[in-house]
Design a protein around this ligand. Structure first.
Ligand code: AMP
Ligand code: MG
Length: 423
């Protein structure tokens, strides 16, 4: 029997064999939620030219050094410049050009005075007569209400780094740089194989002793959630030939990763072990984690395989802890830590001393997060009780070596999601 290894050791071992996949280019919007495949270096200044931050008048500050409400300065309006156009003349001393937000600052002007600080009351889109006099009620600073070229992004600057997730704001920045197609890391193709003689496909009748194959669907959903493309290969019966066939099929589909469930616990892993060992180098670990202790990992003809336990919650936990980082690393992410918060424990907890991923519900009261596990009872925390995963929004991670946590303890919880009611 192999020895108990830590979660960190197991994960480090897995990740050592996982590398980011190659890149592909997609149209900008299809880059959403993907990982950027290259550094993005700006080829231009954003904004590209000095422009007005306000609707107002482009002026020379030297004309307005003493202007105030009580003693306004008078300037002659000599023209207008809307966004998208260029002024056809400079601002000379004693003059001003009406300017709209986003319009280029005319030559000679060094500040913009908002309409609100002038005698202009009309909506800005009503043109005044060229030549009219306007009063200015304050003395702007040099550069006031001017947006300078490159103040957002400088030419030559690395704006986005390889490996970041492309969110709507990155899409916006890429669009502002004129990027039509973006390089992203390929989505990992992940084969899902459920193993077990007791499993029945959805849509087939259940007979005595049989159960539904839920792991395949939960695992496929997790693969999708973390940016992979699930390739469901169905149920492999507990025979050497059946499992071999599924693996061959996966290899033909050119998958980047295999995820199997079940068949790795003490009672029955020998069959799986023999099959996998024949195909490559496999390890069968007992990880110091609860639930999810048995775990297989190895390479099947060069393709990594993660063998999750069979019990649905053990499989789910092991997926989150081991398969998720592997998928994210393949997909090009440079980070795979789960978002976590500190919360106040509602009830006391006893623990075996293994790291325990307890299903938990986090809620917020005032400024504090509270967490309940509904206790350690197997009807809630048993590794086959999938319905309590539905109730849970987090894992309370009881650290290894901790055998007791009193109510009121500050504990770390890893969020499965962030429902609106806890924000
Ligand atoms: P095993 O690791 O093969 O001993 O399986 C452990 C437990 O997980 C057993 O109760 C299995 O029936 C159950 N199990 C295995 N595979 C699945 C699956 N695909 N969906 C739901 N339960 C499963
Ligand atoms: Mg089995």
């Amino acid at each position: 029997m192999s020895q108990l290894i830590s979660v960190e050791t197991a994960l480090a071992n897995i990740l050592e064999h996982i590398q980011p996949l190659s890149t592909e280019t997609v149209t900008l919007l299809d880059g959403l939620d993907r990982f950027l495949g290259e550094d993005i270096i700006s080829g231009s200044d954003i904004p590209p030219f000095a422009n007005s931050a306000m609707d107002g008048y482009a002026v020379r500050t030297s004309d307005l050094a003493t202007a105030s409400r009580d003693s306004p300065a008078q300037l002659q309006m000599i023209g207008q410049v809307p966004a998208g156009a260029m002024a056809d003349q400079p601002v000379r001393s004693g003059t001003a050009i009406r300017i709209m937000t986003g319009a280029p600052i005319p030559v000679g002007a060094d500040a913009v005075v908002r309409f609100e600080d002038t005698s202009e009351n009309q909506p800005p889109d009503l043109p005044l007569h060229t030549g009219s006099l306007i009063s200015v009620y304050n003395s702007p600073c040099l550069g006031e209400n001017i947006r300078f070229p490159g103040e957002d992004i400088r030419r030559g600057q690395t704006v986005l780094s390889k490996g970041i997730m492309i969110r709507p704001q990155e899409i916006g920045v890429l669009a502002s740089l004129g990027v039509e197609r973006v390089s992203v890391i390929r989505r990992p193709r992940v084969a899902i194989i459920a193993t077990g003689d007791e499993l029945v496909e959805l849509g087939e009748p259940l007979s005595p002793g049989k159960i539904r194959n839920s792991n395949e669907f939960a695992n496929a959903a997790l693969v999708k959630r973390y940016g992979g493309e699930p390739i469901c290969l169905g149920i492999a019966r507990d025979t050497v030939i059946d499992l071999q066939r599924k693996i061959e099929k996966g290899l033909r589909h050119k998958v980047d990763l295999f995820i199997t469930s079940a068949g790795v616990s003490v009672g029955d892993y020998d069959m799986v072990k023999n099959v996998l060992a024949a195909e490559g180098e496999m390890h069968f670990w007992q990880v110091a984690i609860k639930p999810g202790k048995p775990l297989a990992f190895g390479l099947v003809r060069g393709v990594p395989l993660i063998g999750l336990p069979g019990n649905p919650v053990a499989a789910f936990v092991a997926f989150e802890v081991f398969a998720r980082p592997a998928i994210l690393k393949m997909a090009g992410s440079v980070t795979w830590r789960k978002p976590s918060v500190m919360a106040v424990l509602q009830e006391p907890i006893e623990n075996s001393g293994r790291r325990h991923y307890m299903r938990a519900l986090v809620r917020r009261e005032g400024e504090a997060y509270w967490v309940t596990t509904r206790g350690t009872d197997v009807t809630v925390q048993g590794s086959g009780i999938l319905s309590s995963m539905v109730w849970a929004n987090a894992f309370l991670v009881v650290p290894e070596g901790t055998t007791y946590l009193p109510a009121g303890s500050q504990v770390r919880v890893e969020m499965l999601d962030w429902p609106e009611y806890i924000i």
